[in-house]
Write a protein that binds this ligand. Structure first.
Ligand code: IMP
Length: 430
């Protein structure tokens, strides 16, 4: 038995929801460790649809402990909105089954205003953020002026911190030609929810320490994907947190050795939402077909996702950086309609072949993918539950992905339905 961390191995939207739900049904504790309500996934359990953004997936299942770690940025107003929608569907959410780390930073309305004003000012250099205030909140955190959950318990201290915070943000908003905020607005807003929010405050590292001693099964639920990592992704077209598996430790307060098995959720092709480099993008009928068949629209913002071929160079890099032990391969059935399927096996940069994604955006923009073409299987794999029935060319495609990335496929998901999954290796090691 071991713990499991689930992370995206591409640019997010790899189809983590279904896999995380399946794993969380078997875990005792489910922990979010980075990001915020920029994430989004839909779970369907017994015909009921649940849309989660900030809440750990375990929340919809009775008897699980859900934790929001210190690495997450928490919009307390969005937290209550999500909680109310879930409660209307009969989900019980109480401090008994959900805790937010007392040292988690809070997203305030001013962060969203700054996020939007900065994006508007970026013009051509737009990142295409979700507008949820994620970046400005992480900026405040590392600048040591962030407002944390524990601050709400001390109103005078909170007011002093808000005063300091707003010297910075109002100067910025003024400079950007946007409306400024009064300290009272922010203070009153926070004090208006403090009594409801504080009971959820917890010492998450301690809860996890106890869970590890009690040999509970812990699932670390990543959001976004490795290529959106602020250090290892396609900077500056990234989110503002570390999305790699190591963040499961720092973003929740456990030792690196307790993260356990890293399951990389990997789509059988590639998508990206928002701006930034994407070497295998197909801005043509192939990309259109992938997008149509895969229903590639963002869960949070509804934006159309950019689509392209599987990039083995990028996924191999993500696997090395996150220590991925196995893939959950998703949306293979979207490729059922293609006669030929391409995999990027290397890049060409200034006439030379390279086997990694360089960090410079100038170099990333100049890459030409080197493709290998494999025959398609042009038959339906959607809904398949066993290897034996799989078309030979589909197996060949999977094996080639394994060879090129050096990572085994631990499970294949063949439709959004939970049971349409072929399990090869159990992530929890049971
Ligand atoms: P932010 O996280 O809102 O700052 O957005 C920064 C970048 O990350 C943008 O390109 C977003 O589209 C992307 N992004 C943020 N969250 C997600 C996600 O959950 N899935 C896919 N892309 C995301």
């Amino acid at each position: 038995m071991r713990n499991v961390a689930v992370i995206g191995s591409q640019w997010g939207d790899e189809g983590k929801g279904k896999i995380v739900d399946w794993l969380s049904s078997r875990a005792d504790v489910v922990v979010r460790f980075q990001g915020g309500h920029n994430a989004g996934h839909t779970l369907v359990i017994d015909g009921v649809e649940y849309k989660l953004s900030l809440m750990p997936s375990g929340i919809v299942r009775p008897g699980k402990m859900s934790l929001i770690g210190n690495g997450v940025v928490v919009d307390p107003f969005a937290f209550f909105r999500e909680m109310e929608i879930l409660q209307e569907k009969g989900v019980e959410i109480m401090p008994d089954n959900l805790r937010i780390a007392e040292n988690a930073n809070l997203i305030l309305p001013v962060h969203q205003a700054v996020d939007k004003a900065l994006e508007a000012a970026r013009g051509k250099g737009l990142i295409g953020t979700t507008g949820r205030g994620i970046g400005p909140t992480y900026e405040d955190k590392v600048a040591r002026r962030g407002i944390r959950l524990c601050d709400l318990a001390y109103p005078e201290y909170l007011r002093e911190k808000l005063e300091r915070l707003m010297i910075h943000h109002n100067a910025l908003l003024k400079g950007l030609g946007a409306d400024v905020f009064t300290i009272e607005d922010l203070y009153d807003g926070l004090m208006g929810i403090a009594d409801r929010l504080l009971p959820f405050k917890g010492v998450v590292w301690k809860i996890l320490d106890g869970a590890i001693s009690d040999k509970k099964k812990i699932l670390f639920e990543g959001a976004q994907g490795t290529m959106l990592d602020v250090d290892h992704g396609t900077y500056p077209y990234v989110t503002s947190s570390n999305t790699v598996a190591a963040q499961a430790a720092t973003g929740s307060g456990i030792g690196a050795g307790s993260v356990g098995y890293v399951l990389g959720i990997t789509k059988a092709y590639t998508t990206r939402v928002g701006a930034g480099p994407f070497p295998t993008e197909q801005d043509n009928p192939t990309g259109e077909l992938l997008g149509q068949r895969g229903r590639e629209f963002g869960t949070v913002t509804g934006r159309k996702r950019r689509c392209g071929w599987f990039d083995a160079v990028q996924v191999r890099q993500a696997s090395a950086i996150s220590g991925i032990g196995g893939f959950a391969l998703t949306k293979l059935d979207i490729l059922d309609a293609f006669d030929e399927i391409r995999i990027c096996v290397a890049y060409e940069l200034n006439g030379k072949q390279i086997d990694y994604l360089p960090s410079s955006p100038v170099e990333q923009a100049a890459l030409t993918p080197v493709y290998e073409t494999l025959p398609g299987w042009t038959s339906e794999t959607s809904g398949m539950r066993s290897w034996d029935a799989f078309p030979q060319n589909a197996v060949r495609y999977i094996r080639r992905i394994e060879e090129l990335t050096g990572v085994r496929v631990a499970l294949v998901s063949t439709s959004p339905e939970r049971d349409d999954t072929i399990l090869i290796e159990d992530p929890f090691g049971e």
